[in-house]
Design a protein around this ligand. Sequence first.
Ligand code: PGA
Length: 251
Amino acid sequence: MRVPFIAGNWKMNLTHLEAIAFLEQFHAKFENKNECEIAICPPFTALRSVKTVLDEQNMDVALGAQNMFYEQSGAYTGEVSPLMLKALEAEYVILGHSERREVFKETNQMVNQKIKSAFTNGLKPILCIGETLDIRESGKEEDFVLGQLEQCLEGLEIKDMVQITVAYEPIWAIGTGKTATVEDANGMCRAIRDKLSQLYGSETADAVRIQYGGSVKPGNISELMAASDIDGALVGGASLKAEDFLAIVNY
Ligand code: PGA
């Protein structure tokens, strides 16, 4: 049985002070009736504060980062290392988000190096993959997404694979208010699982959690979570409001 996994990706939003205010509201109404695993992925600058408040409030919510570099230390001005995230007690790290790929030109090869480094350093990656609207309209979305998956996972061992979360995020649905239909989202999540089965065997494929991301909100989460191969959600905009994020967690 895969435990549902809902993660909030705050992107470049909320200062550490705003993060603390968010958590006060979140804690006041906290409920987790589906017994999901929940993670919050704030910007680097709020990781410490978020962790401190979660611990003080005794909340069973994991901490995640939104990116990292693959080296442990050195002359990489502006980068954050996996060891630094580990020292802050982060458990998860989002890797290969489409905004990192589009704006910061991250390639599948870089994402692959980051995933390997995350495992070496005891962090669990949330690997994001997804196609643009052009690719979907050309009908080649499955080849594209499965190609990303294969390249990002190259050389990974089976023992690590069960710890990975794959987030299928069609780029045209991110922050646009357009959600993929449940059929399309689930169809791609199933194709991802089939590919994982081919690469790592069915036992591993059955254990890996696959999230959908792209305009997830309180009004569409239930139908997404009812689909056979969607095990959770990576939530951007709607994770910035405590009430909405709680409604999503308690779909
Ligand atoms: P969104 O973002 O929920 O705001 O569409 C999702 C994401 O980019 O992870």
